[in-house]
Design a binder for this molecule. Structure first.
Ligand code: ZN
Length: 501
């Protein structure tokens, strides 16, 4: 058994290495690669993706899994080996269904779309992307059709990112959340809008980067096993447990953009840095689902990074970092500014209260595209119509409309948006559980100390990697299944006080 298990691990490590190489090329493409490299990079990533897929779907893995199953069944559910065999079987049975040629085509098409989006968005040129997007939709449907027997065509795509969720269950959860969220948004936006002009002063780039990095070091992001670089659309990526990188962008007249994206991506990265080193290179090496991953970024970005306790400690540091810029701005004004709630156009800039409405729009639109009830040629207008209906505003162009997010332009439609809102819901659920175990966490945050919180997250979430599915992990860590209640308690507690509603 041990020899078979070692052979399985060795094969998984090989697959993992190919995926890491592909991620490294993707990181380079989004940070330092000159535009002239685009075509070759698309080909190279497709080639390595194809190779990884071939290795991941080698029938020898299926045989090993079958041979190891009796051993797995003899182990306690919590054992690492049992978890490895479970998670690998799930991934293997999913991967063998998608033909290698389709995987390669998706990868190559994704790279081409991404490059086209980089130049089309600033030019507000949705027309240029339309044929690419139509192809993306066609390929996404083909992938879904590799999993016959689904109830909704988006189900197999959602399942790849948030295992255990379906179009129907996400819709039901979102409807529940929407019902409670809309009255809160209404009550808040009936109040005078918070003044956030203090964030729009001039903040030199170097200071912004240094300040963000100072904080995430305190959070526990390990720069010996990571680094931060600049990109268009911030993300975190991993090549090994010892090399988990983040990216950000800086606008000198918008303090929040760089700062909160750094805090956000550090949350993703700390999850990956915190995986048990014994899992390195196996199926267990990495966060368990998109929603759980996003819960970690939103927890550090919002629940910690936009809290009053946090800024009672960090605001004097920020003022010292930008001398004369914020001296006339009291903490109370700054705190209101970073928690300004308004009906806005851009998801990534949206406040905590309205953010989920942005996600629901995208989720509904992509479901409609996949169902065939919405055509790509009508997508830009459908986008505007939904923003008018849900948020009461309309973007002046497509740049801040349908072109604003990279997701649909990286080669896939479906599965990638619901995780943001699941993440918000879960961030509050996990934080509440951490507070129950350690009620003094807010006091520590007020001193710029994050060790107890980080320790709880590492112990209950990070270290497990993908050993447990998201539903299992949520139960284990918080004691109950996913629920919107802790999230609504958090939002109400914070914003009813801020806005006196
Ligand atoms: Zn994120």
């Amino acid at each position: 058994m041990e020899a078979k298990l070692n052979e399985l691990k060795e094969r998984l490590r090989e697959v993992g290495d190919y995926y890491a190489i592909s991620s490294l090329m993707g990181w380079d493409q989004a940070t330092y690669m000159p535009p002239g490299g685009a075509e070759a990079r698309g080909r190279q990533m497709a080639r390595i993706g194809k190779l990884a897929h071939e290795k991941a779907t080698d029938p020898a893995i299926g045989t090993l899994l079958d041979e190891l199953q009796p051993y797995a069944d003899s182990l306690p559910y919590d054992s690492d080996d049992a978890g490895l065999i479970r998670a690998t079987r799930r991934a293997y049975e999913r991967d063998v269904r998608v033909p290698p040629a389709l995987v390669a085509e998706m990868s190559e098409h994704g790279a081409r779309s991404y490059q086209a989006w980089i130049s089309a968005r600033p030019q507000n040129d949705f027309a240029a992307l339309r044929p690419l997007l139509e192809k993306t939709l066609e390929l996404s449907r083909k992938v879904a059709d590799c999993f016959p027997g689904y109830t909704h065509i988006a189900d197999p795509l959602i399942d790849m990112f948030d295992y255990g969720m379906k179009a129907q269950s996400v819709r039901a959860l979102f409807a529940q959340l929407r019902q409670q969220l809309v009255p809160l948004v209404k009550a808040i936006t009936a109040q005078p809008v918070a003044d956030d002009s203090c964030l729009k002063r001039h903040f030199p780039k170097a200071g912004q980067l240094a300040f963000g990095e100072e904080i995430i070091k305190r959070y526990g992001y390990d720069f010996e096993r990571g680094r931060q670089d600049l990109t268009h659309h911030p993300f975190a990526t991993k090549f090994a447990i010892g090399d988990v990188r983040i990216t950000t962008r800086v606008q000198e007249h918008d303090l929040g953009d760089c700062l909160f994206s750094t805090l956000h991506e550090s949350g993703h990265a700390m999850y990956e840095q915190g995986v048990d080193p014994l899992y390195e290179g196996t199926t267990l090496d990495g966060g368990t689902s998109a929603g759980v991953h996003e819960s970690q970024s939103r927890l550090w970005e919002n629940i910690v990074g936009r809290s009053l306790a946090f800024w009672e400690h960090y605001y004097p540091r920020l003022q010292a970092m930008f001398p004369d810029t914020l001296n006339d701005v009291p903490l109370e004004t700054f705190y209101r500014a970073i928690n300004k709630v308004q009906r806005s156009l851009i998801r990534v800039d949206a406040d905590e209260v309205t953010y989920n409405l942005h996600v629901m729009i995208r989720f509904d639109l992509e479901l409609a595209l996949l169902e065939g009830t919405l055509e790509v040629r009508d997508l830009a207008e459908a986008w505007h119509a939904r923003y008018e209906q849900d948020l009461g505003i309309r973007a002046p162009d497509d740049r801040d409309g349908v072109l604003q997010d990279v997701h649909w332009y990286s080669g896939r439609i479906g599965g990638m948006f619901q995780g943001y809102t699941l993440g918000n819901i879960l961030s509050a659920q996990f934080y509440e559980a951490a507070l129950k175990a350690h009620p003094h966490i807010p006091t520590e945050i007020g001193r710029g100390e994050f060790g107890t919180l980080h320790g709880w997250l590492r112990e209950n979430i990070y270290r497990h990697g993908s050993k447990y599915t998201a539903p299992e992990l949520i139960e284990r860590a918080s004691g109950s299944p996913m629920s919107i209640e802790p999230y609504m308690r958090y939002l109400r507690g914070k914003y009813e006080q801020l806005y006196k509603v």
